[in-house]
Design a protein around this ligand. Structure first.
Ligand SMILES: NC(=O)c1ccc[n+]([C@@H]2O[C@H](COP(=O)([O-])OP(=O)(O)OC[C@H]3O[C@@H](n4cnc5c(N)ncnc54)[C@H](O)[C@@H]3O)[C@@H](O)[C@H]2O)c1
Length: 323
């Protein structure tokens, strides 16, 4: 039986905890949250006990920890896991502080620790299919959109706490683009802030648009918006244009591949989050991180790309990577 500890007892943690509690080989060891009421409610629902700090949690002997804190709240939990050599599955974005994340990454590598970042789109069967299609042809341009409304979490609208939409939300698309097209070379970016009323505590932009030149020669445009008020107007999509095909990924749903002689649509068949968790568990049991699709190190690279978007917005000039 693998005993899983949680740091963070919010909405996303509960989703992970449901899976852990239902798994025949896992049990919830307990949770640590700065909000003791949230921690108590969590253990009432999923079992285990509450802990006051991540250091106390790792002393409780978890086989793995699931880190589900908001983007601004990293640091202690990674230090605790590293000190006790406890594998962890961590939510995106892995941090807001790139230097700290790079230090964690170096220690993870030195210790050979099993880690996984919850970039769960990588686990969709149709996303794997995109990789297979791209192996047969050369992409030229990609367009990725995350057009929606303002999420409800109290910290989300504060850029200093969430990192902003590119870092917190559209990060899934940046991660996929980087996974498919390799490292980025230059990021250009612009933003829209016209609907934020004077005195509003919100510091995230209404919308941003980033253009990324990848070293592989692909150019991608990534648009993020959180100002839409009509749910039906939302769009989440990635389109990739190749000379001989156009690929359209409709997140969570399907991939359509249009070529001169056929229009093929692949419907999503698998439970991606379950596969992500199963891969992580298998890696923990074997003590070998090789089977994990997004280890911590790659989460740091996706963080770097999204922080480059923020830097390009702040400076109003193109930004070269690595940062
Ligand atoms: N992979 C995905 O698709 C996905 C979806 C939703 C959220 N997330 C990520 O999950 C993380 C949490 O999001 P959420 O929606 O659950 O947020 P939330 O606000 O619902 O919950 C966060 C919890 O963390 C607690 N917390 C804050 N600081 C802490 C600290 N220092 N130590 C321990 N606990 C602390 C809060 O009290 C709260 O209970 C974020 O990084 C978010 O980006 C990922």
């Amino acid at each position: 039986m693998l005993r899983i500890g949680f740091v963070g007892a919010g909405s996303r943690a509960k989703r992970h905890a449901r899976r852990v509690a239902a798994h025949p080989d896992c049990a919830v060891l307990g949770v640590c949250d700065v909000d003791s009421g949230a921690a108590t409610a969590f253990t009432a629902e999923f079992g285990g006990r509450t802990f006051t700090t991540p250091f106390e949690l790792v002393e409780g002997g978890p086989d793995a920890v699931i880190i589900v804190v908001p983007p601004f709240a990293h640091g202690d939990v990674e230090a605790a896991c590293l000190r006790a050599n406890v594998p962890f599955l961590i939510e995106k974005p892995v941090d807001l502080d790139l230097n700290r994340a790079r230090n964690v990454s170096a220690q993870v590598r030195a210790q050979g620790l099993v880690t996984a970042v919850a970039y769960q789109h990588r686990y969709y069967d149709v996303v794997r299919r995109v990789g297979e299609e791209l192996a047969q042809r050369r992409a030229g341009l990609a367009f990725a959109y995350w057009m929606g409304g303002l999420p409800k979490s109290s910290w989300w609208g504060r850029k200093e706490m969430s990192g902003g939409q590119a870092v917190e939300q559209t990060t899934h698309w940046f991660d996929l683009l980087r996974w498919w097209f390799g490292p980025a070379q230059t990021v250009y970016a612009g933003s829209v802030t016209r609907w934020i009323p004077p005195g509003d505590p919100r510091t995230v932009e209404d919308a941003t648009c980033a253009t990324i030149a990848f070293r592989s020669g692909v150019l991608a445009v990534v648009a993020s918006a959180c100002f839409l008020q009509v749910r039906e107007n939302g769009v989440e999509r990635i389109e990739i244009f190749c000379p001989d095909a156009t690929l359209r990924y409709e997140p969570n749903q399907s991939l359509t591949v249009a070529t001169s002689d056929a229009l093929r649509t692949y419907k999503r068949q698998n439970d991606n989050e379950n596969e992500m968790f199963t891969d992580f568990l298998a890696a923990v049991q074997k003590g070998n991180p090789d089977g994990v699709l997004c280890p911590y190190e790659q989460g740091v690279e996706s963080l770097e790309l999204t922080l480059a978007v923020n830097r390009a917005l702040e400076r109003g000039t193109p930004v070269n990577l690595p940062l």
